[in-house]
Structure formats: structure tokens, C-alpha cells
Design a protein around this ligand. Structure first.
Ligand SMILES: [Zn+2]
Length: 344
């Protein structure tokens, strides 16, 4: 019996070596025929069992069967290995791994978003909180609480989209000023950015939907000088270090005194002349501002004799137009990749 085992071991060693050396299917098949085929070495060995004593035959048969099973498994494994190698070589021939890759498409931050983020960053650095809220609001938050009672002519100036008799798409982000003052005692320092809606016909300078950013500071001894300082700082952060601001007297129901705010034209730097951006005036109008009206403070249960505050509201499209020298507000909403890619 040990003679048989020794012979099988030796034979198995040669078979494995043949498999390892085989470089294609044909070589594998030759090895199979030489050992496991009809006249193969293992087959001949199996036939020789007949010459053994009758008692040893079943044991010898089992040993040979086990070896044959192991050899067939090794053969299958070698076949798989050759197939994988052939696949890799084929792939390497068809794919040039040294070819330059295609650069992935990269998006860019929308100019409105970029202006918004820069404004938020500036005010957050000065301790202001950013608050956002609903775009559909009751008219109390849009008008009544802001010293604009129902019969007030200023309501018509807002040209709003009403959803019901008392609910409307907000025409400014002022409702967030009201909501914040209802929930917090002074001091309050917030900016409220977001989408607003008015029934404006769409043209190069107007859109029925636009973005606004409002600011509000209420506390003790807050005065107009603080407003001027903050807005000057904001304009310098957005448009450059030499910006100035100019206040022109105006009227809003919710502030007293009220002002229109201008900043130095970043295109002609206040030199004027034939400037397309500012029309030669050297100034760009940004929006409205003023000291919070005592009636508004009163409505929020803030004592106007103790607290004072300022507020402003600027259109973000207007600021982006000035900052990036854009000719038409509609470009912001057309989703034209060629336009947006310029801000990447
Ligand atoms: Zn100009």
C-alpha cells in the first residue's frame, strides 16, 4: 500500500508542475490526457489494483479516487487562472491606461448665493445671527406689525401676490424681523436673507421673484452712526476697500428717519463720466434703511424710550449685478451653463 501512496505522491508532484508550467488551454488538456485520460498514468495505476490481494483492493481504490478528485480540482483551478490572465491581457491591449483622463464637470456657486454668503459672513463676524423663515406669511407680519395698517397707501407699493385675503407671498423679508422681535428681548442683531415676490413685470432690471437681505439691530443707545459704519463695512467687504456710502432722505412707514443708501460705483469708482453702470452719477443705489419706527418697537413690546434700532433691506440681484457687471437680471434665473461657468 505504501508503495502505491509513494507512487501517487510522485505522480501528483509532476502533474502539479505541469499545470503550473501550462501557458494555455492546450497544455492543460495535454496534462489531463497524460495523467487522467484513458491511457493516462493514474488510469493505468487504477487498473493495476486488480493485481493486489483481494483485501487491499477497496482501500487502494479509495486512495486513488481521492487523488483523482484533488487533481481534477487543481486542473479546474488552473483553467480559471489562465482565463483571468487572458482577460487582463485583453483589457490591457484595448485600454490605454496612459491616456489623459476626462476632467469631471465641476459646478460653481451661483453669483446670488456668493453675494449672500459674503454678506452673511461679514455680519456674522460682527455678532449678527442669520435667520430664515416662511415665504408665505399673514399680512400682519408683512404690514400691520411694521406700522403699515390696512388702509395705508404704502401697501399698494408692495404689489403683492395674495394667496388668500390675508395670506401672501412675502414682498420683503421683514416678517423675519417681526418674528425675531416677538421671540427675543433686546439686544437683537440679525440678518434675514431670502426670496421675495412682487407683481413686477419681468424686464432687464425687474423680476417677480428676487432675493433680499435685511438687517436689524435693536438695543440700548443704538444710533444712525452704527448703521452707517456697518453698511460702509459691508460695501467694502463686497466691492472693495475704497467704497463709501451715501444716505439720501427717504420715507418708509417702518423707519424714522428713513434713507436710500448708495455706494460708490465700483465700475467708475465715483469718477462718473460716461459710465453704463451708474449713468455717470458715480453712485449705485443699494436699497433702503433707517432707524426702526417707535411704533414698530411698541408693537413688539420693546420700550421705545429705552431701546432704539436700525434696519436695512437690500436686493441681492442688484448687488450681484453691480459686483459682477451683469447686464440683465434675467440671466440669474435662466440656468445657462455658459453664464454660470464664468463664476467658477
Ligand atoms: Zn459708474
Amino acid at each position: 500500500m505504501s508503495e502505491l501512496t509513494g507512487k501517487l505522491d510522485e505522480l501528483r508532484g509532476r502533474f502539479d508542475a505541469a499545470l503550473t508550467a501550462a501557458s494555455d488551454d492546450r497544455a492543460l488538456e495535454e496534462a489531463r490526457i497524460a495523467y487522467l485520460g484513458r491511457s493516462g498514468e493514474v488510469t493505468l495505476l487504477r487498473r493495476s489494483i486488480g493485481q493486489l490481494p483481494a483485501g487491499e483492493r477497496p482501500g487502494a481504490g479509495k486512495i486513488i479516487n481521492d487523488v483523482v478528485e484533488a487533481m481534477e480540482a487543481a486542473l479546474e483551478e488552473a483553467r480559471t487562472r489562465l482565463q483571468l490572465r487572458a482577460f487582463d491581457e485583453d483589457l490591457a491591449q484595448r485600454i490605454d491606461v496612459t491616456f489623459p483622463s476626462v476632467a469631471p464637470m465641476r459646478g460653481s456657486i451661483h453669483p446670488i448665493r456668493r453675494v449672500l454668503e459674503d454678506i452673511c459672513t461679514f455680519f456674522e463676524r460682527h455678532g449678527f445671527a442669520v435667520v430664515v423663515g416662511p415665504e408665505i406669511e399673514p399680512d400682519y407680519y408683512n404690514f400691520d406689525a411694521l406700522n403699515i395698517p390696512p388702509e395705508h397707501p404704502a401697501r399698494e407699493g408692495f404689489d403683492s401676490f395674495y394667496i388668500t385675503d390675508t395670506l401672501l407671498l412675502r414682498p420683503h423679508t421683514s416678517p423675519m424681523q417681526v418674528r425675531t422681535m416677538q421671540q427675543h428681548r433686546p439686544p437683537v442683531a440679525i440678518i434675514a436673507p431670502g426670496r421675495c415676490y412682487r407683481r413686477d413685470a419681468v424686464d432687464a432690471r425687474h423680476s417677480f421673484m428676487f432675493h433680499q437681505c435685511e438687517g436689524l439691530l435693536v438695543g440700548e443707545q443704538v444710533h444712525f452712526g452704527h448703521l452707517k459704519g456697518m453698511l460702509t463695512g459691508m460695501c467694502r467687504a463686497l466691492f472693495g476697500p475704497d467704497q463709501s456710502v451715501r444716505f439720501r432722505p427717504s420715507y418708509f412707514p417702518f423707519t424714522e428717519p428713513s434713507a436710500e443708501v448708495d455706494t460708490t460705483c465700483p465700475t467708475c469708482h465715483n469718477i462718473g463720466g460716461p459710465c453704463r453702470m451708474c449713468g455717470g452719477s458715480g453712485w449705485i443705489e443699494l436699497g433702503g434703511a433707517g432707524m426702526v419706527h417707535p411704533n414698530v418697537l411698541h408693537e413688539m413690546n420693546y420700550d421705545p424710550d429705552v431701546y432704539s434700532g436700525w434696519a436695512f433691506g437690500f436686493g441681492l440681484e442688484r448687488m450681484a449685478i453691480v459686483r459682477y457687471d451683469i447686464d440683465d437680471i434675467r440671466r440669474f434665473f435662466e440656468n445657462d451653463p455658459d453664464f454660470l461657468a464664468q463664476f467658477a
